[in-house]
Structure formats: structure tokens, C-alpha cells
Design a binder for this molecule. Structure first.
Ligand SMILES: [Ca+2]
Ligand SMILES: [Ca+2]
Length: 242
């Protein structure tokens, strides 16, 4: 899947040079137009700077952002022992590392997609892109259960949302699709597109203690020229990625 990158252009206005006159400015006249050199305010709350790829989100529910980092077991990606993992330094105490259970040497592009409270229990789950190609990306999700970091599972297997754009669009979102159930559900949406018609299917999963259970499935069909019906927009649980 093609990542959308936001480019920020910095326009550097350079002052015109004053020709070849080497005469220094009079020392008695302090410059009044010198650019401000005030450093940007820091939001770091820990004593040490977090790693460059760290992302903050509160996973243990103490309302303080925890530090989440992608780590590797080694730098040699050709080695069969290479692994990547997810490390969470909890503000409530302790650092947890959850290793990927297999190594794929060509698997690259692991990153923290973002945080969302999938089950609305006040503690954030973290969505991690486990690897990507030009047209697809696998998203896995981790959460804390009794203080331990675990991948979300479905029928005992790690749950992966294989997002894709070819030949169909697939992704995930969050919605309250089961009336009366506590919290909201994780929904996986698949949209099969033709030139004239789009067919959507949506599977809903409830989350409890790290385990997902399928609790519903619905379908919808709409004309290609129409906007998708409610619930068939890939909002990625409000993570701000598309
Ligand atoms: Ca926290
Ligand atoms: Ca949660």
C-alpha cells in the first residue's frame, strides 16, 4: 500500500549579501533584526530522549503516554534469526517486548500505525504495520492483558488485517455494530469494485482480553457513482491513515 507522505517545505529566506564590503558592523549598535534562536519547546517528559521511531500512546490506562518502539533482534536481515518486535515502556512501570513469532528477511516497513481504544475500556491498543508491499500491508494489533503485552488473536492465531488495493479494497475500522454490546467492535471491510457497482462486506469482531470473536457480518451493494453507505468507509478506527 502506498503510504501517503506529507511533505513539509521549508522556505528559507536568505538575506541579500551586502556585496564585497568587508566592513564589520559597528559593535556599539546591537542588531535589532537578528532571527530568534529560541529552541522549540520540548514535549519530552522522560529523563532520556525516546528513540527516533517512538510513538506515544497510553496503553496501561494511567492517562500518561507510554513509549512504543519497533525493535529488531539484529541488523542482519538475511539471517534466519532476525526478528522484529514491539517494545512498550509503560509509565505505570515496566517495559514489555513482544517479538514477532517468525522472521521474514524481505519483510520490511514495520512501523507503528497508531493507537485506538478498540473496546473502549480506557486503554489504547496499538496498531502496527507488520510489513508492506506496493499494494498491500498487514496490520497487527497489540494490547495489554493483565499487564502483559499480547497480539490480538482470532481462534488462537494472531489476527492480521491484510489491507490491499488490488484486486479489491480491504481495510479495517471501528464501529458500534452490535446494539447493546459493551464497547465498539473492530470491523474488517472488503469492497469489491467494478466499473458500475461496488459490493461491500463487513465483518465485526468483539475484543475481550486480547481475543477477537466474530460477532456479525453484513453486506451492501451500491452504485459506483454513489458514496458508500454508512459503515463502509475505511476509517482505520480514526487513526488518520489511508
Ligand atoms: Ca501510560
Ligand atoms: Ca482498549
Amino acid at each position: 500500500m502506498t503510504a501517503r507522505l506529507s511533505a513539509v517545505a521549508l522556505l528559507l529566506a536568505s538575506a541579500a549579501c551586502g556585496g564585497n564590503d568587508p566592513t564589520p558592523a559597528a559593535s556599539s549598535a546591537p542588531p535589532t533584526t537578528a532571527p530568534a534562536t529560541t529552541p522549540a519547546p520540548t514535549t519530552t517528559t522522560s529523563a532520556t530522549a525516546p528513540p527516533a521511531d517512538a510513538t506515544a500512546g497510553d496503553m496501561d490506562g494511567d492517562r500518561k503516554p507510554d513509549t512504543v518502539t519497533i525493535v529488531e533482534s539484529g541488523k542482519d536481515r538475511t539471517a534466519s534469526t532476525w526478528r522484529w518486535g514491539l517494545r512498550v515502556a509503560l509509565t505505570g512501570g515496566g517495559t514489555k517486548t513482544l517479538w514477532n513469532d517468525y522472521g521474514v528477511e524481505s519483510q520490511e516497513g514495520q512501523s507503528v500505525t497508531g493507537f485506538a481504544d478498540l473496546d473502549e475500556d480506557g486503554r489504547l491498543e496499538v496498531v502496527v504495520q507488520a510489513g508492506s508491499t506496493a499494494t498491500s500491508a498487514g496490520q497487527v494489533i497489540a494490547t495489554l492483558v493483565d499487564g502483559e503485552l499480547v497480539w490480538l488473536t482470532l481462534r488462537g492465531e494472531r489476527f492480521t488485517v491484510e489491507e490491499s488495493e488490488v484486486p479489491e479494497e480491504r481495510g479495517f475500522g471501528c464501529a458500534d455494530v452490535v446494539p447493546g454490546s459493551p464497547g465498539r467492535e473492530l470491523v474488517v471491510i472488503t469492497i469489491d469494485e467494478t466499473a458500475t457497482e461496488h459490493q461491500g462486506a463487513r465483518e465485526a469482531y468483539a475484543l475481550r482480553r486480547g481475543e477477537l470473536t466474530r460477532v456479525g457480518r453484513d453486506t451492501a451493494t451500491w452504485a459506483a457513482a454513489e458514496t458508500p453507505p454508512t459503515g463502509y468507509v475505511l476509517d482505520r478506527c480514526g487513526l488518520g491513515v489511508d
